[in-house]
Design a protein around this ligand. Structure first.
Ligand code: ADP
Ligand code: GLC
Length: 468
């Protein structure tokens, strides 16, 4: 079975968040199931593409209404990713060093059209096309509706919603950019008088998945305006929990961290990594170290952090380190706190893959007070590194973390509120005072298996059910 994943991100080529981690791992684990799983993504001008070599497989022009852009399909050479990866290069539109920007409508529409133009020319066509998030959301529509792609109509499509907050809305002024289709079916593109690629994908894909079972249920109640659509389409929707790439996220072999460790060495291994962080960021290593890693946006509950940190730090029982970027007001508030709590608090505004690994390894607790969390990978990485997750009970967090009061291994809070968060942090401080219990939990969480193996099989079974 030949599966083609189509996505805007893929680790290690271009990563903004968890979408990249998923698309960079799932195909590898699917190939272990004896499928031929491949990825197609835009060609960005970034460190990865500058350092690697590519073969050009195909050249043509892609039309966006009356405009025409030349494009190439490239393939990565000397690839050790565990799957083949192809790129749509449109130098005039997507040869940039960022993944997302303000002109995304044209960039990703051209990407999707060029992708299908190329697939049309393939002798051996994919048996399944698996699209990820709204950037690839018009593909199921074009495959079933655009005259030009008639030959692709029988290829089953799977669409995964990684995040329903972002839907890729654009106005009808750009309708003519979509390859010609029967205008009687224009309603398939519509949601609330706008073209909505996420809604379109939910309507047109053969199957729709989300990245955790709880998130699927939550979307039927709250999906940034699409809840009635998800309810209506629920028969073809299923929640499949993400996994993690245990080759990349392995404290025994992780080349980013200061000291590698296995379960039996977790105390000493974590200590070396914690000491590194405390020295580098001027933090008290005798206190429990709480960390936050992520996008500073409303979904992640980021606006709670400055006040919650202020309240907990004034009692002087904890150290806190934050890595992230996003909302500038939140960034500024977090920066201001640095002066006030020198020696117990620090923040690194930006993106740093290496630092994130050391933080998973060196922290005692990882904070995720998310308002919305479709799956969340951070908590699973934390578990693998023996770091206790303190999370809001929502989406994938609810599906992966059990509270210590219920014979579990993490700390859960119900509400996105300062008081809930501060109480959860205090429970963390209390647990830290009970070292024997904390050590026992560390050992047990490192044994939890969140590898992709199970979910990769579930996806393959889903594809098989469509290919009969
Ligand atoms: P989301 O995709 O919603 O941001 P996930 O939990 O699925 O959330 O995945 C986030 C991924 O991005 C993880 O691999 C996390 O370590 C990484 N990450 C987030 N912010 C940063 C940052 N500032 N620096 C390094 N890695 C980050
Ligand atoms: C999205 C979600 C996150 C999920 C990731 C990978 O970015 O916000 O919860 O883990 O996709 O599926």
């Amino acid at each position: 079975m030949k599966i083609l994943h189509i996505s805007a991100e893929c680790y290690p080529i271009a990563k903004v968040g968890g979408l990249a981690d998923v698309v960079g791992a799932l195909p590898k684990y699917q190939n272990i199931q004896k499928t031929s799983s491949e990825v197609l993504m835009p060609f960005y001008d970034n460190t990865f593409t500058q350092k690697n070599t590519f073969t050009t497989l195909y050249q043509s022009n892609v039309n966006l209404g009356s405009q025409s852009f030349s494009f190439e399909i490239k393939k990565l050479e000397n690839n050790e990713l565990g799957f083949d990866i192809f790129f749509v290069s449109i130098p005039d539109l997507i040869f940039t060093n960022y993944v997302y920007s303000s002109d995304d409508t044209d960039r990703f529409l051209a990407f999707q059209i060029a992708a299908l133009d190329w697939i049309l020319t393939l002798k051996k066509k994919p048996s399944i096309i698996h699209c990820h998030d709204h950037h690839a959301g018009l593909i199921p529509f074009m495959m079933t509706q655009s005259m030009k792609y008639k030959k692709l109509r029988n290829i089953p499509t799977v669409f995964t919603i990684h995040n329903a907050q972002y839907q890729g809305w654009f106005s009808y002024e750009k309708l003519a950019n979509i390859p010609t289709f029967d205008s009687a079916n224009v309603g398939l593109l519509d949601w609330d008088n706008q073209i909505n690629p996420l809604a379109t994908a939910i309507k047109c894909a053969w199957r729709v998945t989300t990245v955790s079972p709880s998130y699927m249920e939550e979307l039927k109640k709250e999906a940034n305006g699409l809840e009635s659509l998800l309810l209506h389409e629920s028969a073809k929707c299923v929640g499949i929990l993400n996994g993690i790439d245990t080759d990349v996220w392995n404290p025994e072999t992780d080349h980013y961290i200061e000291k590698n460790y296995k379960i039996t060495q977790v105390q000493s291994g974590k200590r070396v990594n914690k000491n590194y962080l405390c020295k580098r960021f001027n933090l008290d290593n005798k206190k429990p170290l709480f960390v936050f890693i992520g996008r500073l946006v409303g979904e992640k509950g980021a606006e709670l952090l400055p006040e919650a940190f202020d309240l907990i730090l004034r009692e002087n029982n904890s150290s806190i380190l934050l890595l992230g970027s996003g909302n500038t007001d939140v960034e500024n508030e977090l920066e201001i706190l640095k002066e006030k709590y020198k020696g117990t608090y620090n923040t690194f505004i930006g993106y740093d893959e290496k630092l994130s690994h050391i933080m998973y390894a060196g922290a005692d607790f990882l904070l995720m007070p998310s308002r919305v969390e479709p799956c969340g990978l951070n908590q699973m990485y934390a578990l693998r590194y023996g770091t206790i997750p303190i999370v809001r009970s929502i989406g994938g967090l609810k599906d992966t973390v059990i509270d210590i009061n219920e014979n579990g291994f993490g700390i859960l809070h119900q509400n996105v509120s300062i008081s809930d968060m501060v109480y959860a942090l205090k429970r963390g401080e209390e647990l830290y005072q009970n070292m024997p219990k904390l050590k026992k939990i560390r050992n047990s969480i490192m044994n939890i298996n969140h590898s992709w193996e199970t979910s990769a099989k579930t996806y393959v079974n889903l594809y098989k059910s469509l290919n009969q």
